[in-house]
Design a protein around this ligand. Structure first.
Ligand code: SF4
Length: 478
């Protein structure tokens, strides 16, 4: 992994159509941008250079980050699994509330946030850290198509599962290139109202629905989610329309997530979605026959758990971004009545090695971070500055039930590693990290799932319950 000027290099792009006068058309997203020589497409990361379509963000990613699969609104595939999240630069949409706008909208991207990975390096990180799932996520993987397809193929050959978390405004022909390499699709359907799509996302609805059907019919594991935006889409109409789409065009067994919104980007003059509206939406969708409906970004509710549809056995408990299998056997069936639970398991996908206490004699800096307000997750970044391997540790504190000792994190020489720590019980106070002196570290507060924070916690907001994210400044340009 190296740091570079992110848009300095162009590579040939797939899904190109060459038109007259050196104009090209991009067939990656339904937008089908017609691009003149020297110009960019809507996403700003595909361009026409000398009459050919090129990609500008090949291998350009935010820092690779270990998270849990729950971060991606995936509840029925390997609950609790550690994943390696990879996010890039640019987007084929421009949602007014985007919570990753500092990376999704290429004109706001700062070089400091962008790293350069090769496909081999991504797979190597996953293998060395025992991570069984790579998640293509954050801004949106659609505009990273060439890198995703190549790296996912390499990962698949290494026995790693690929997860695609996307708004899925993508062409059918691009989906056909994903199907052989992607195992899980987590699709964020912003609304079922075509007018909402045009106005709020700057995309359009039907290709998203068709694409979701396409991957479901191809036999992929599919889960769908909807961000319930306060006073805009957090109503029963959205719930009913989602339930109708899932029930009629997919299957009632497809897990469906109603996700709590937080004010961000151009939509800061509002409040978080009231939880009672989310609970009502869930009840509506369940009442219309969906089997599994969950809330996202909501804590202290039972509406994130999974029960057996036959005997009522509690099968998976979840708190925030953490999950525990409590009533499923090793075949993925209900531990009480034996009915198939509809949950795919992935052996060995969960735990890191742990130790009871810190080894005496190791020269470690121990730092703590307490959960506060809406900050219940944290990205911890560590960089081994030496030419020798290093070992760091991480633990939860404040709740004896959650504290299971120190997790061991092994760093290769010169490796930079980032992982998420997320509150796992109501009584847990925070996390502690123990870092050897040859490592540098930084902390980044995470607001809600699939958010990649670009600001360090020490940049003025540490342990304060204030507006979490840097506010959008209209007119800001690189
Ligand atoms: S990916 Fe979509 S937005 Fe980007 S250039 Fe291609 S068609 Fe346009």
């Amino acid at each position: 992994m190296t740091k570079t000027d992110w848009n300095s290099e162009a590579r040939p792009a797939r899904l190109e159509e060459r038109l007259d006068d050196d104009v090209v058309r991009c067939h990656l997203s339904p937008r089908n941008c017609r691009i003149r020589p020297g110009q960019h497409g809507f996403c700003m990361v595909r361009a026409n250079r000398d009459g050919r379509l090129v990609t500008l963000n090949y291998g350009r990613s935010v820092h690779a980050t270990e998270e849990t699969i729950e971060t991606e609104a995936v509840f029925h595939y390997a609950p609790g699994a550690r994943i390696l999240s990879m996010g890039n630069v640019g987007c084929m949409l421009n949602c007014d509330y985007c919570h990753n706008w500092k990376t999704s909208q290429a004109r706001y991207v700062e070089d400091k946030d962008v790293y350069h990975y090769t496909p081999e390096e991504v797979v190597d990180i996953a293998v060395r850290h025992g991570i069984k799932v790579i998640s293509w996520t954050y801004n949106d993987p659609v505009v990273w198509h060439e890198f995703v397809v190549e790296t996912a193929a390499l990962a698949k050959a290494a026995g790693i599962v690929n997860l695609y978390k996307s708004a899925f405004f993508i062409s059918g022909e691009a989906i056909e290139e994903l199907i052989p390499v992607i195992d899980i699709f987590s699709v964020s359907i912003k609304s079922l109202d075509p007018k909402y799509y045009r106005k709020i996302t700057k995309g359009w609805l039907e290709p998203v629905l068709e694409g979701t059907e396409q991957v479901y019919r191809a036999g992929k594991h599919v889960e769908v989610s909807t961000l319930m935006v306060t006073d805009l889409s957090d109503d029963e109409k959205t719930a009913r329309e989602m339930a109708t789409f899932v029930g009629e065009r997919l299957d009632p067994s497809v897990p469906t997530h109603f996700v709590r919104f937080h004010p961000d980007y151009k939509m800061t003059n509002t409040i978080r979605t009231p939880v009672d509206r989310l609970e009502k939406a869930r009840k509506t969708a369940l009442g219309m026959g969906l089997n599994h409906v969950y809330l996202g970004n909501v804590y202290d509710t039972e509406s994130t758990n999974t029960w057996c549809g036959q005997c009522g056995q509690l099968q998976v408990t979840r708190y925030g971004l953490n999950a525990d299998l409590v009533g499923v056997d090793e075949r993925g069936d209900c531990a009480t009545c034996g009915r198939h639970a509809g949950i795919r398991l992935l052996p060995d996908a969960r735990r890191r090695d742990r130790v009871e206490g810190l080894p005496p004699g190791e020269d470690l800096d121990v730092a703590g971070f307490d959960w506060h307000g809406d900050v219940r997750a944290l990205h911890v970044q560590m960089r081994n500055t030496s030419d020798a391997p290093a070992r760091a540790y991480s633990r939860r504190h404040g709740d004896p039930a959650a504290d299971q000792g120190w997790e061991v994190i092994d760093l290769a020489p010169r490796e930079s590693f980032r992982y998420i720590a997320a509150k796992s019980t109501p009584d847990e106070v925070g996390v502690q990290v123990a870092i050897p002196r040859q490592c540098a570290s930084s902390l980044h507060q995470v607001f809600d799932r699939a958010h990649f924070p670009t600001v360090e916690a020490t940049a003025g907001t540490l342990n304060e319950d204030i507006s979490p994210l840097p506010l959008f400044q209209p007119g800001t340009r690189r």
